[in-house]
Design a protein around this ligand. Structure first.
Ligand code: 8YV
Length: 311
């Protein structure tokens, strides 16, 4: 590699990743656009998070940007049309977080179905010791799980759900001929069939607000929604109304519109399990994601092919 390149870090990476990157890159972080503008012309590389992306004003402020390494798989916060127009390469951490995100979907589902929150509150309050028992929960076995979005994460959720003896069907842009699972091309029909609807769709203009009042009504009063995709896929007002009026049974949410400043109306609800976007947030996965960023940047600056280009 040539002498140390500046690398603009828009979201912190795990300490070992930053230490490894610092051997070959001068890591730069800025709190204001004005401060960034002073050194902007020297910057050819950016590393950022999937949910953070690169704001249009930052991309515009970097006239010599050549590569964006994303610490994630979501590309919804990056203007790809602009990146392509400017021949800026973009990399993602393909398949590294798949299992952890699928585990998160199951964790949220199990927490809801087995009353994890209320049972623990019951125990901590000493109610159990008083000789009472909490209400019975619900099995996963035999329940119908619909998956909206059947990419790597959706397929990993399907495997886990089948291991829990659930019946599984999926909605996707196309039939996956290599999967024996039932394909449902109509999302409303899938929601109507399902006891649980798990969202693993990418956030795009087409999926924005896809889970609206009509889909939630189809899911029904015993139905549960799990979202480990992106908040924008759900019409959050419609979801809050459905949860408040109990026209669906509950929701397990790892992602939100306007995160991290999520709508406080969620905090008043008992029928939700909420996580602060932790799907890929394990030491093992985040270190592997960090290594992917290091490897892609090294490849790029050594003139080698990118390991996991987004396009
Ligand atoms: C991370 C993600 O939380 O993969 C994605 O797109 O949203 C998550 O893995 C995020 O990228 C970390 O900033």
């Amino acid at each position: 590699m040539s002498p140390k390149q500046p690398l603009l870090l828009l979201e912190p990476l795990p300490a070992p990743t930053m230490e490894a990157l610092a051997k070959d890159f001068t890591l730069l972080q800025f709190s204001t656009l004005d401060a960034l503008k002073e050194v902007a012309p020297t910057i050819r590389a950016v590393a950022t998070g999937g949910s953070y992306g690169v704001a249009p004003e930052i991309m515009a402020a970097l006239p010599n940007l050549e590569i964006i390494a994303v610490n994630g798989v979501g590309l919804d916060r990056i203007d790809l049309t602009e990146a392509k127009k400017r021949a800026i390469r973009v990399t993602v951490t393909t398949d590294i977080s798949t299992d952890d995100v699928a585990d998160m979907a199951m964790l949220l589902l199990l927490a809801l179905k087995r009353n994890l929150r209320s049972n623990e509150t019951f125990l901590r309050k000493g109610t159990w010791a008083d000789g009472t028992l909490p209400p019975l929960a619900h099995s996963l076995k035999g329940r119908k799980l619909g998956i909206a979005g059947f990419g790597r994460i959706g397929q990993a959720v399907a495997q886990r759900a089948q291991a829990s003896a659930m019946e599984v069907a999926y909605f996707s842009g196309h039939h996956h001929a290599n999967s024996p699972l039932a394909f449902e091309p109509d999302l409303k029909a899938l929601a109507h069939w399902a006891d649980v609807l798990v969202l693993t769709l990418p956030a795009t203009a087409q999926t924005k607000g896809l889970i609206n009042a009509e889909i939630l009504e189809a899911l029904g009063k015993d139905g549960v929604l799990i979202n480990t995709a992106r908040g924008s896929v759900v019409d959050e007002d419609a979801l809050l109304t459905a949860l408040q009026n109990k026209t669906i049974a509950g929701a397990g949410l790892d992602v939100f519109q306007n995160e991290p400043k999520i709508n406080p109306a969620f905090f008043a609800l008992e029928n939700v399990v909420l996580q602060p976007h932790q799907g890929s947030a394990t030491i093992e996965t985040r270190l592997a994601m960090g290594q992917n960023i290091i490897d892609n940047l090294h490849a790029y600056f050594s003139g080698k092919p990118l390991l996991t280009p987004a396009y």
